[in-house]
Design a protein around this ligand. Structure first.
Ligand code: UD1
Length: 363
């Protein structure tokens, strides 16, 4: 079986790493990797390929830094050319980015099986570009690999049991990655000593969602909250280029430690050592849980509702007072990472098993 995998943004490199390794272990299946180019800075892309030993992409499409329509359209056209050339039986896409939607749509129109890893997640906020990408990708997928039971139930409610597709709860490939790479990260990362954080208490924070970076009021509230928290606990912020640009233009004062985006090993070491995580990232909410840090989510909703229900994560939105009060509430909250929410590290095996049992033509 020939598979074309489409990745393009940082979280997809993390998700693809374990599945690509599992594919390379199996006979009868071959993977062609396509990088759309959506993330292109060395510390947003290359570092993940090197550290996680992801094979070099066969195709690099160099599409980035455009409005959503132009970006998705350009990717669609270029992925279609690759698929016509490669003629695969399956196209594998991850998550919720413009690269995900472009890969799925190109494949669907060519009657190639679409596999969506991280299917069924919903924020129920259609103003988020990621929610639009998820809903549309799920609807045109033949195999939907769900990370959680909630994701399976979301699809059930939307009537997927009546569609000619397979919905499977495979578990979350991000837990596979966290388990695998956390065995290596201490030897491969010097981030804690480089930043003078050895033995120190600190909060780890990331902000990059459009809803926060593109709204000056929300961004100012978040910055003010982080400034207040910095008076109580050091705050370390590996900053996404999107946020760095907006922050530089805003003139807002920051009293916290801003560092460039970090690689996966550094991120694991920061997570392991952090007292608490504040983030608007989907992936980091789960990684906080995997590495036993309580989490304050800088959004009004989350796809990872089981973390909220388990009491290890709270939604603070973007109000200064609420962020600071959630920080105080969660700061000493114990996190039981043994709760089985995400499949326990077997997701990549399950995904590849499901892919291999797909019938050759989509329904
Ligand atoms: C994208 C995804 C989001 C995902 C996130 C992870 C979409 C709609 N959004 O958001 O789901 O959570 O990636 O990081 O696909 N930029 C750089 N260097 C880079 C990458 C981006 O400077 O290496 C700049 C771009 O030029 C652009 C901005 O950052 O100005 C935003 O990048 P973009 O790819 O549009 O979206 P993300 O915010 O990264």
């Amino acid at each position: 079986m020939k598979i074309v995998t489409v990745v393009g943004a940082r979280p997809q490199f993390v998700k693809a790493a374990c599945v690509s390794r599992e594919i390379s272990r199996r006979s009868g299946i071959r993977e062609i990797l396509v990088h759309t180019g959506q993330h292109f800075d060395a510390n947003m892309s290359d570092v993940f390929f090197e550290e996680m030993e992801i094979p070099r992409p066969h195709y690099h499409l160099d599409v980035h830094s455009m409005n959503h329509g132009a970006m998705t359209g350009r990717m669609l056209e270029k992925i279609e050319s690759v698929l016509l050339e490669e003629d695969p039986e399956v196209v594998l896409v991850y998550g919720d980015t413009n690269s995900t939607l472009a890969g799925a749509l190109a494949a669907r129109k060519l009657h190639i099986n679409v596999v969506h890893v991280e299917a069924g997640l919903r924020s129920f906020n259609m103003r988020m570009p990621e929610e639009v990408n998820r809903v549309l990708t799920d609807r045109i997928s033949d195999l939907l690999c769900c990370p959680t039971q909630t994701a399976v139930e979301n699809l059930d409610r939307e009537g997927f049991s009546h569609l000619p597709c397979v919905v499977s709860r495979t578990g979350d490939v991000m837990q596979d990655a966290a388990l695998y790479y956390s065995r290596l990260s201490a030897d491969r990362s010097s981030v804690l000593s480089d930043l003078g954080l050895v033995g120190k208490a600190f909060a780890l924070c990331t902000v990059h969602r459009a809803e926060n970076t593109d709204d000056p009021v929300r961004l100012a509230n978040i910055v003010e909250a982080l400034n207040s928290i910095s008076a109580m606990l050091e705050v370390v912020v590996p900053l996404h280029p999107r946020t760095a640009k907006v922050l530089a233009a805003s003139g807002l004062n920051t009293f916290f430690k801003v560092i460039p985006p970090v690689g996966y090993f550094d991120m694991i070491e920061l997570l392991k050592a952090s007292q608490i995580v504040l983030t608007d990232s989907g992936g980091l909410q789960k990684e906080a849980f995997f590495f036993e840090s309580p989490c304050v989510t800088l959004r009004d909703e989350t796809e990872w509702v089981e973390l909220i229900e388990s009491g290890v994560n709270v939604l603070a939105g973007a109000s200064k007072e609420k962020i600071v009060s959630c920080f105080n509430l969660m700061m000493h909250r114990a996190v039981d990472a043994t709760l089985d929410l995400y499949g326990g590290g077997q997701a990549a095996v399950n995904v590849v098993n499901e892919v291999l049992s797909l019938k050759s033509t989509p329904g």
